[in-house]
Design a protein around this ligand. Structure first.
Ligand SMILES: NC(=O)c1ccc[n+]([C@@H]2O[C@H](COP(=O)([O-])OP(=O)(O)OC[C@H]3O[C@@H](n4cnc5c(N)ncnc54)[C@H](OP(=O)(O)O)[C@@H]3O)[C@@H](O)[C@H]2O)c1
Length: 231
């Protein structure tokens, strides 16, 4: 498949894994994160930016159109988390989390959709979390930012359907990356006990859903959030 995939948050974690996974399958990948990427591959282009910086995001799409041509698939993966009690959470945490998770997701969705609509074909995959349906204590801001992502997914799926663009979201359970390293072990064990399938998520659980959503035959599936692990 010679499609072009744009993945946000590719310096590490799930985004980095997805880059390597889809490069291996022969896709051309464009990635971004605030830091540089150590990934060197002739089919990989990296941009350094903050996903919530509208000017930089627009410039990135301008360069993609000029130098790479288009975007067929957007994997809107960049995200941050933070645990704290509602009584103790400072305003700066709200600003940081909503900037990256909501504003960043929205900006990439909007700019990618403008490119995809011209070809009447596109796949957008956003990142939700099981913290939202499980209503996890300590995660009010993170869970609510991802609830917004779920809403953006649902509403934009209706607005973009006429352009041949599907918009879905994946809601992973905990997967061992830097994102969850500060969560105490007892909290993690308790969370896993609330899943139907009681194990940590793995990178392949995410790529399995992405594989399904990006295939041609999935053109009748949109507006859905697929939670992993039976949440
Ligand atoms: N791991 C889990 O247990 C889990 C569970 C449910 C949902 N998720 C979701 O899955 C996605 C990926 O998480 P992960 O576990 O892979 O996290 P991670 O290992 O911390 O990686 C996050 C990636 O996003 C980038 N990033 C963060 N903020 C950014 C910003 N403002 N602008 C540009 N890039 C930014 C980071 O790079 P820089 O720091 O260099 O910018 C990094 O490459 C997130 O949306 C997360 O909410 C993860």
């Amino acid at each position: 498949m010679n499609k072009i995939i744009l993945i946000t948050g590719t310096s590490k974690g799930i985004g980095r894994y997805l880059c390597e996974y889809y490069l291996e399958k022969g896709f051309t990948i464009v990635g971004c994160s605030r830091s540089e990427s150590s990934l060197k591959n002739e089919n990989y282009t990296h941009f350094c930016l903050n996903v919530s910086d509208e000017k930089k995001v627009k410039e990135m799409f301008h360069t993609i159109k000029k130098e790479i041509g288009t975007v067929d698939i957007l994997i809107n993966n960049a995200g941050i988390a933070s645990m704290n009690h509602v009584l103790l959470t400072p305003m700066s945490t709200l600003e940081n989390i909503f900037s990256t998770n909501v504003f960043g997701t929205y900006l990439f969705l909007r700019e990618a959709a403008k490119v995809m609509m011209k070809k009447k074909w596109g796949r957008i995959i956003n990142f939700a979390t099981v913290a939202t349906p499980l209503k996890l204590e300590g995660e009010a801001i993170y869970a609510s930012s991802k609830a917004a992502v779920k809403s953006i997914t649902e509403v934009s799926s209706k607005e973009l359907a006429e352009y041949g663009i599907t918009v879905n979201a994946i809601g992973p359970t905990p997967i061992e990356t830097d994102l969850i390293r500060s969560v105490p072990k007892e909290k993690m064990d308790a969370l896993i006990q609330r899943q139907a399938i009681k194990r940590l998520g793995e990178f392949r659980d995410v790529s399995n859903v992405v594989d399904f959503l990006i295939q041609e035959e999935s053109d009748f599936i949109t507006g859905q959030t697929i939670y992993l692990g039976g949440v």
